[in-house]
Structure formats: C-alpha cells, structure tokens
Write a protein that binds this ligand. Sequence first.
Ligand code: AMP
Ligand code: ZN
Length: 503
Amino acid sequence: MPVLAATFRIFNTRTRQVEPVDPVTPGKLRFYSCGPTVYSYAHIGNFRSFLSADLIYRTARAAGLDVSYVTNVTDVGHLTLDDLSDPAGEDRMVKALNSKEGEQFANIWDLARYYTKVLIEDWKSLNLLEPTVRPRATDHIREQISAVQQLLESGHAYETDKGIYFDVSKFAAYGELSGNTDAVELAPTERNIVTDDQKRDSRDFALWKKDSAHLMQWYSPWGWGFPGWHIECSVMSMSYLGEEIDIHAGGEDLIFPHHECEIAQSESLTGKTFARHWVHTRFLQVEGQKMSKRAGNFYTVRDLISPQEEGGRGIDPLAVRMTLMSGHYRKPFNFTFETLKANIRHRQRFEEAMAQVQLAQKQALAGPDELGKPLARLRERAFGAMLDDLNTPEALAAAIEGVKLILSVGKTINASSSASASDWLKTINRLLGIVSAEYEEIKRSEASDFGKKVELLIEERKQARSSRDFTRADAIRDSLSAMGIALMDTPEGVVWKRLSNLD
Ligand code: AMP
Ligand code: ZN
C-alpha cells in the first residue's frame, strides 16, 4: 500500500510545532541542508547534523516523494566566533592555513580542495547518501554578487566604505525564526564583518566585504572583496531548487544568525516564502561535556574510524552512525563510549544476520515463511517512527529487534524465511543506512599494500588448512589478529575486517 507523503511529519522551527511536510509541488520535495566550512576534518557533531539531513532524505524517499537534495560546501572563509572580542579576527580558513597542519598546503584553494575531498570520504564512510547536487560556494560568486546588487537596487541594502550591508529595518519578519526580537539579541550578526562605524544599525549584517588583501577575493562592482556568509546559501538554494523550497536544515547554531539572515535576504529578493519547513539538529556533547580540543574530548569522524595503523581507533563507521542516531535529533545528544560499544555489538549482529541469510540462500531448505509477517510489522514500526518527526531511537529499536528475530531462527533458517529476512534487511538499510555500506566494501577490497598483505596471509592460511597444517593456520590467524584483523568464515569464503580497539 503506498504511503501518502503527507504522513511525513517533522518539527518546524519557524512555527514551533510538528507539522506535515507539505511540498510546494505535490509529490516532489525540494530540500536544502547547510554543509560545512571546509577548513578542517569534520567532527562527530558536524556529522550528527549531516546525518539528520540524510535521514530526512531517506525518509522522504521512502514516503514516495521525488526528492531533490542539495547540500553545499562552504569553501570561502568566514570569520571565527572569536571575532566578537577580536573584531579584526581572521577567517577560519586563513587561520587553518596559518596553523601547523596548514603547512602542507600550497595555498588556501589547495586547503579547501583537500578538506572537501576528505569530507566526501567521511560522508561515504558513514553511509550518507550522495546529494542530488553538492555545490561549492566559490562556484557561485557571480550569482552572489548579482543578488547583492539586486538588494542594493531594491533598497534592502546599503554600501559603506567597508562593505555592503543588509538593512534589517527593511524586513519586518526579521527575528521570527529564532524568536530573537530585541536589538541586543540580534546584534551578533555584526560578527560577520569587522566593526564599521558607518553601519546604520548593529543588527545589519554583511552581504559583501571589501578587502583587497584577503587571500580569497573576487572583483565586484564595489572593488575586490568577498561575500558575506549568509548570501551563499540563499543563492545556492535558489539556483538549484527555485525560489520556494520545502525544507531547509542545519545545526541549531545556524538558526541565528545564519538562517534568520538567509530568510531576510531571500524573501526580500523574491517576495515569496523561502522555505516552508526549518529543521534544526541539537548539538552533540561528548561524555556530558561540550566537545573541545582542550578538554580532550574532541573527535573527528576520522579519529574514530581510521584503521589503527593510521592512528585511528578502527571503529566500524556504521557503529558510529548508529550511535549518532541513538538520540532524537531534537534533543541535546550525549555521545559516550558506552553507547558506542553497545552499537559495535549491534552492528556485529547485523553482520551475523546477513551472513546467516546468505548461507540459507545456499542451503535452500524447504519450509514455511516464519519471518515475513513479524518482520513486516517491525518494518512498519521503523518506518512509522521515522515519519513521526524522525524518531530514530524507536526506529533503531525496531531494527535491532528484527535482527534478533532473524538470528533466533538459527542456521536452519529455510529459503522462504531467509528471502523475507533478506528483503527486510535491504529495506531497513535503505531507510536507516545501518546494515551495510557499499563504500566500505569497496574500500575493503581495494588493493592497498596492507590489503594485499592480508589477502596473501589469508591465502597461505587456506593452503595450510587444506594440507591439514592447523598449527601453521592458527599461527597465521594470530599474526593477522596482531595486525588488527579479524577473520570471518562466510559462505563466500573467508572475509576479513579490521578490529576496532574497542573490540
Ligand atoms: P560549520 O562547519 O561550523 O559551519 O558546521 C557545519 C555543521 O555542523 C552546521 O550545520 C553546524 O550547525 C553543525 N555543528 C557544528 N557543531 C556541532 C555539534 N557539536 N553538534 C551538532 N552539530 C554541530
Ligand atoms: Zn547555510
């Protein structure tokens, strides 16, 4: 039975209530999610926000919507948070280039390219689906300049010696999204530009910054400079998705000023509602504390998933994904190693269930389908939970229960039950992305030097076993385990995986 798209309900920050997703064009969802500034490796907090976007995408598709999903890469530097106290603050990308890690890059463009590549690798590792378009801010400078020009012409913006500003007094709904209404609360938007005595109102925010000394600069009708941060998302959203979109998402810190400013600019340009639904993910903490390098609880995705020989912890990326999904996106999330360990175990059971299903398909035992009905109920439960404001804890609970059920049938699972189990695993994977990551499999089979060595040892062990030299075979298994490799016997032969140092 097809599910009506209107049953997808999600909280709208603008109206402060859970509302059905009601696309401008029935059956089609236009969705924009703010991506990262590529000045460093993305951390698990960043990825919790990107994961919410991925789950909106997956759920909307499962609900039968034709989704256009755009998420950008901010490859233009913007000022650091510190610039409130340091008005001449460097931007994040320049700061990164000047740091120790920055020494490896020829210039700022090279740095942006490198961290964009890394972002996409981590994205795939955590099994986030590729968006329909992933635009880069620097590919859209022309449109940004043109939008600023239009805002000047329509009287929504003004020029000073230092830049172009949006005149907040010209947009009555300013402050509606964030609920910030008094001038003091709205003032932090000035952080987007150095203090400027010619600014008419401290609430006004920068659309363009004149700066002929900056490392990233473009020529504009106002001379050399670079765009304000907010204008890029307005422009990229409108370029790819049109003037009115259905959902715009990001982390909670983006509600103000970023999204408030995006609304002001875009709606002043078009006179239309820029986005119907605003969805924000609450921040992640680690072991109950704000994540910070100084506190020693700062984790990039790489820190967790890279193999141990590359300095990481070798954790299954999908266990990281499950952990990030284990709390509801609208509640502050506490990432703990206890939860991570529990999810590593859950993931192993998913792997076991898949191996069992593959084995059953080979054995092809006769018998009635014992799993079809109960698994269908669990699939509906997981799907229903996702449609209900992305209730990931409930969806995960249903998925874990399904795996338990499959494993409870044991090795004698018959062909028809295993066909139901196989379908169910595929559907759950499409919805939640936790069963198998295509990308990981590709990476595993890549002929890296390390991989080749492992494959050779596995072959040697196979030969030792076939000539019944079990002492030698065990010794090889031990040396593989010392290399951080675990072997699993499957119907397709021996496969290997990297052990995590939490195993
Ligand atoms: P940035 O690169 O700082 O613009 O951040 C990229 C995305 O990550 C934004 O949507 C932020 O809201 C989000 N983000 C940053 N820190 C966290 C955190 N600790 N928890 C959740 N989301 C975060
Ligand atoms: Zn944005």
